[in-house]
Every structure is written in C-alpha cells, then in structure tokens.
Design a protein around this ligand. Structure first.
Ligand code: ATP
Ligand code: MG
Length: 269
C-alpha cells in the first residue's frame, strides 16, 4: 500500500452563530485519498461537503471551529504555521471552488491570473510562464487561447470560467485537486465535456482528486471510491461500483432512487 496523499481523521466542523446554538456541519469524518485516486464525496445540499473541503487547509471563516487531524503530503494542516499552509494552498493542493465566477478576479485578465498562479507555484517566469498559460488554456479546451488571455472573466461563459478555474488550479501542478461541484452550474453537454477533461487530465497527470458533488451520475463517471455524507456524517465509503450497486446505507439507497427518478424525466439526457 502506498502512503495516502491526504488523510482526514475524525474531522468535525461547527459554526457559531450570534448567540444561537452552534451548527454542527461536519461530525467525526475520516477518509484518505491515495496518490492517483479520485475520491468523491456525495450528499444532499447542506450535508457538509464544502465545509470538509475548506477545512482541509483552514479556509473556513473564523466562526468555524474545526477539530480532528488532517495530513496533506506529511503536513498536519490544522496545526501548521501560516506560511507552510500558504505554500500548500494552491501548491500541493489546488481548489476549484463551488462558484467559479466568484473565485476569478474581475479586474484582472484571464492571462494575468493564470500567469500569477504559474509564477507563484512553479519555477516558470516571464515569457515561459506566458507560454504555459496558453498551453493550459488549450489543455482545458479553450479555443484561440492566445487571444483569450487578454479577456476578462465577465467575457467568458459559465462553462469557460469553469475551465479557466480548472486551468488555474492545474497550472500550479498540485498533487491533489479539490473540485467542489465543478459542473453543477453547467448544462448537460458542457458538464460531460468538463468531466471528460477532468478524467483525462487526472489520468495523464496521475492527479489525486477529491471530487465533491451531489450528482451520482457525475460521480459514477469518474470516481474510484465514493464517500456518502449525510447531515455531517460519513455514512458509507467504498469502491464506486459497490456503493452504487449495493448501497449499504438507507440514505445512499435514497440518493440512488432520486437519481433514477431524475433520469426518467423525459427532457433529461
Ligand atoms: N459560514 C457559515 N456559517 C454558518 N453556517 C454555515 C456556514 N457555512 C456552512 N454552514 C452550514 O453548515 C452546513 C453545511 O454546509 P456546507 O456548505 O458545508 O454544505 P454542502 O454540502 O457543501 O452544501 P451544498 O451542496 O448546498 O453546497 C449547513 O447547515 C450550512 O448552513
Ligand atoms: Mg457546497
């Protein structure tokens, strides 16, 4: 067995409201992501998926109390110093956040943002960073990439912004990509394209991926293993085939049933 790239042990997150009782968003969650593995975390809205993703590198707001142990590439992130954490974020671990438009800077061009990610996390500088930026845009399927470098985020469609976010995360050459609902806002055709792209890049770069989704169709196409979150708890974790064919937990069976109901809708591809 190889050493896991990411180990999460007994992770809990709660949010302190104003005077009210704390919201227990994540409770005692444990899992690993192996090198080259795609692990999907699924579950309905509000079950704690994004809280898990952001807790990994302490990106949660100060109202969040986090406990447990998270180890990424040997570093204990919940206890690490701020500068080693900064090096990990966007470096060893790349994020595609749930809302791509919000994670792009509206006043910088796509090229400026890509070059910034590249110079911050790789050795490339100047013209060679610029060439890499073009290459990454091409790799994520953006046509006329060289011209597109000069565009601003608002000039891109939702699907293209999603691709740019993926390019930015990957350009930093992370060992682990955390992709939070990377295709949710997109129509079905673009969704399939982005998933194919993610799967191809994952294979060619031997990336580890923590894929967060509420959509089992997405998960089934790409994940090696699936973890099911329900009300902040990990209720099932196993190989994708096994979890989807023979769900052990009633909640997973219910999720699968919803998935089947949706795919029976006449206008759904
Ligand atoms: N900053 C916050 N302050 C207070 N409560 C929060 C905060 N962020 C999330 N929560 C609460 O924590 C719980 C888990 O939220 P989280 O965003 O992690 O769920 P999710 O599974 O990512 O949902 P979705 O599928 O809608 O993105 C929810 O009850 C949510 O309302
Ligand atoms: Mg979320």
């Amino acid at each position: 067995m190889s050493t896991p790239l990411l180990t999460v042990e007994n992770l809990s997150v709660s949010y302190q409201g104003r005077g009210e009782e704390a919201v227990r968003a994540v409770e005692g969650v444990s899992f690993t992501v192996e090198p080259g593995e795609v692990l999907a975390l699924v579950g309905e809205s509000g079950c704690g998926k994004t809280s898990v993703a952001l807790a990994l590198t302490r990106l949660l707001p100060s109202s969040a109390a986090v406990s447990g142990r998270v180890t990424i590439d040997g570093l204990n992130t919940l206890e690490a110093a701020a500068d080693s954490l900064r090096a990990i974020r966007g470096g060893t671990i790349g994020y595609v956040f749930q809302d791509p438009a919000a994670s792009l800077n509206p006043v910088l061009t796509i090229g400026e943002q890509l070059v910034e990610a590249i110079t911050l996390h790789t050795e490339a500088r100047g013209a060679s960073a610029g060439h890499l930026a073009v290459e990454w845009l091409q790799r994520v399927g953006i046509v006329s990439a060289e011209e597109r470098l000069h565009a601003y985020p608002h000039e891109f469609s939702g699907g293209m912004q999603q691709r740019v976010c993926l390019a930015m995360a990957l350009a930093a050459q992370p060992a682990l990509l955390v992709a939070d609902e990377p295709t949710t806002a997109l129509d079905v055709t673009v969704q399939v394209q982005i998933l194919r792209l993610l799967r191809d890049l994952q294979r060619s770069l031997r990336l580890s991926v923590l894929l967060i989704s509420h959509d089992l169709t997405v998960v089934e196409r790409i994940a090696h293993r699936v973890g099911v979150l329900s009300a902040g708890r990990l209720v099932e974790l196993g190989p994708t085939d096994q979890v989807l064919r023979q769900p052990q937990h009633p909640y997973t069976a219910q999720l699968l049933q919803y998935r089947n109901m949706i795919s029976l809708r006449p206008n759904h591809q």
